[in-house]
Design a protein around this ligand. Structure first.
Ligand SMILES: O=C(O)c1cccc(C(=O)CC[C@H]2O[C@@H](n3cnc4c(=O)[nH]cnc43)[C@H](O)[C@@H]2O)c1
Length: 227
């Protein structure tokens, strides 16, 4: 199975790439830029121009962690990838686009794969929010936590990657290494180096997981072929 890993910036791409042996052609890692629009455009382009199809897309990088669930340098694997600010403000509060009759605000990665990734890497599982604006206040963090009680992390690309993957019928995962706490802005407190090292460590443990998952999927495909 070929895997496409999508990061925002080159430092994240290189952290993921460091985990793989030179010449391993089963995994392609690309940096598409910051935010859901750049990541959706880059992922869709990569999927559409692939000469051999991808069996999985992974949105990966650093992210903000919610409270005690996801401390600095810990890992979060998404059991739900949720667009947290795709909607409308109304007098009664925020309304997601789905309540307005449009689109989607959530993608669900394959549950068995999420469990396997969590077991292999020690990642916490939870909702990973996609935001267009990094949270910078305690009030906004509390608002997001109230709206998404299972949120473990926030980042800026997962939902864009997931929309593109969904359009192409490819399953998606999101894996984040926590560089900072979600809350009042304190850029000096971000621990980017530690988070990137955690990301490399996590991907080093993922290869056997992906191979096992591929085998199981192939078994399932054969069962379907027989039916
Ligand atoms: O400054 C650096 O050396 C550096 C190295 C690698 C990556 C960065 C970034 O700033 C990447 C931006 C990327 O990070 C995600 N992110 C991280 N923390 C948060 C957060 O609290 N809320 C939302 N997003 C966050 C996000 O996905 C950005 O694309 C810097």
């Amino acid at each position: 199975m070929r895997v496409l890993v999508v990061t925002a910036v080159p430092a994240e791409r290189d952290a993921v790439t460091r985990a793989f042996a030179p010449g391993d052609t089963a995994v392609d890692v690309i940096a598409c830029g910051v935010g859901p629009a750049a990541s959706a455009a880059g992922t869709a382009t990569a999927l559409a121009s692939a000469t051999r199809p991808y069996g999985l897309v992974v949105s990966a990088g650093i992210g903000g962690g919610f409270g005690h669930l996801a401390p600095l340098a810990s890992l979060v694997v998404a059991d739900a990838i949720v667009a947290a600010d795709l909607g409308a403000e109304t007098p009664d509060g925020y309304v997601p686009v789905t309540a307005l009759g449009f689109g989607a605000v959530e993608h669900l990665p394959p549950a068995a794969l999420v469990r396997a990734v969590a077991d292999a890497t020690g990642a916490v599982t939870g909702t990973v929010l996609t935001v267009s604006t990094v949270t910078g206040s305690a009030a906004r963090a509390a608002e997001l936590r109230a709206r998404h009680p299972y949120a473990a992390a926030e980042a800026m690309e997962g939902f864009g990657v997931a929309e593109a993957a969904s359009l192409h019928g490819v399953p998606v995962l999101e894996l984040r290494a926590v560089s900072n706490a979600v809350g009042p802005r304190d850029r000096a407190a971000w621990r980017v180096g530690e988070a990137l090292a955690a990301l490399t460590g996590a991907f080093g443990k993922l290869v056997p997981v992906l191979e096992t998952w591929e085998d199981r999927n192939e078994d399932r495909d054969e069962e379907h072929d027989d039916a």
